[in-house]
Write a protein that binds this ligand. Structure first.
Ligand code: NAP
Ligand code: ZN
Ligand code: ZN
Length: 348
């Protein structure tokens, strides 16, 4: 077994702290990665605090991982030592169901092994995430980081990037559409960049005026403060699509009223408590409410190549791992511009 240093939450109430653990030896299909950077996703906060229920402890979070290949197994042909690679939200899946066969591994009907807070395909061995020095991953679940990308700006694309790219592509959102992005955080700021790059007219809906200038800089045409009641009246029936990235409970019905007839609101944010849904905002205008989860491996590579071509990376604040608990508090307060990325060289 390989000895690895990381940071873990030992239970739902304790802050993250240094934690030593073991990973499997490099198998024939495996790649050993030396981790350079790992983004902090709000899902890390939800899960370390057991806000979704069923959390497994000790938990080493982190699913926005970028690092260099240190060693490859004998059957690995696509990756070689020294190459920059990425690992996102899952590290294995059943490989045989119809979803896996279609490259939609995130919707695997068998067992999906999430990068942390989950188990390997054996259903027993816990998985540990990217707040650590090294990770061993089957080559099928890795992506290449394009050469022209800065690795620290690429890390958040492995979750925030793909989670917003996938629904924008699935619903073919582009030039003909008005898209509202609700919440300007890690996911929201990537949704604005990618939505704009796809040609949509993007509006940001945020709780205050603080992020107005940033929204414009990121590519939004319009910005509205949702704490002002007039906003909802002024924007009624304006949007073809709404991408909701909000991490906390909020009134979905008010946002549904902002869709045109046949408009679609897509939830990607995953608040800990259920939302109250009224029928009328949906039935009066044949509106749709949908959801989307991350993206498959092939699509994640496509997203990275798309972002590299258009010079899109995340706006980041790089921190040493010793500041992770402070960073979590700032994420919860909505005080991040727009993703924290941990420099793993700080983990000694
Ligand atoms: P984040 O950086 O904290 O951004 C969330 C944004 O939501 C905040 O910046 C804030 O934007 C807004 N917000 C927060 N609390 C709010 C409240 N009480 N009312 C209204 N708006 C509020 O989080 P993230 O990393 O982008 O993740 C967002 C959510 O997506 C999380 O729930 C996460 O677990 C989930 N997620 C889902 C997937 C998926 O596959 N579906 C993947 C990754 C993450 P403003 O300051 O602009 O208002
Ligand atoms: Zn995430
Ligand atoms: Zn499957």
């Amino acid at each position: 077994m390989l000895d690895v240093q990381g940071y873990a939450a030992l239970n739902a109430r304790s802050p993250l702290e240094p934690f030593r653990f073991s990973r499997r030896e490099v198998g024939r299909q495996d790649v050993l990665i030396h981790i350079h950077y790992c983004g902090i996703c709000h899902s890390d906060v939800h899960q370390t605090r057991d806000e979704w229920g069923g959390s497994l402890f000790p938990m080493v979070p982190g699913h926005e991982i970028v690092g260099t290949v240190e060693k490859v197994g004998t059957s690995v042909k696509q990756f070689k030592a020294g190459q920059m690679v990425g690992v996102g939200c899952f590290v294995d899946s059943c490989r045989t169901c119809s979803a896996c066969k279609k490259g939609l591994e995130q919707y695997c009907e068998g067992h999906i092994a999430f990068t942390y807070n989950s188990t390997e395909r054996d259903g027993v061995t816990p998985t540990y995430g990217g707040y650590s020095t090294n990770v061993v991953v089957d080559q099928r679940y890795l992506v290449r980081i394009p050469k022209r990308m800065r690795p620290e700006e690429a890390a958040p694309l492995l979750c925030a990037g793909i989670t917003t790219y996938s629904p924008l592509r699935h619903w073919r959102i582009g030039k003909k559409h008005r898209l509202a992005v609700v919440g300007l955080g890690g996911l929201g700021h990537m949704a604005v960049k990618i939505g704009h790059a796809l040609g949509a007219r993007v509006t940001v809906l945020s709780r205050s005026d603080k992020k107005r200038a940033d929204a414009k800089r990121l590519g939004a045409r319009d910005f509205h403060n949702t704490s002002t009641p007039e906003t909802f009246a002024a924007l009624a029936k304006q949007f073809d699509f709404i991408l909701d990235t909000v991490s906390a409970p909020h009134d979905l019905n008010a946002y549904l009223d902002l869709l045109k007839t046949d408009g679609t609101m897509i939830l990607v944010g995953a608040p800990e408590k259920p939302a109250a849904l009224e029928a009328f905002p949906l039935i009066l205008k044949r509106r749709r409410l949908a959801g989307s989860m991350i993206g498959g491996i092939k699509e994640t590579q496509e997203m990275l190549d798309f972002c590299a071509k258009r010079k899109l990376g995340a706006d980041i604040e790089v921190i040493p791992i010793q500041e992770v608990n402070k960073a979590y508090e700032r994420v919860v307060r909505g005080d991040v511009r727009y993703r924290f990325v941990i420099d793993m060289s700080s983990l000694k």
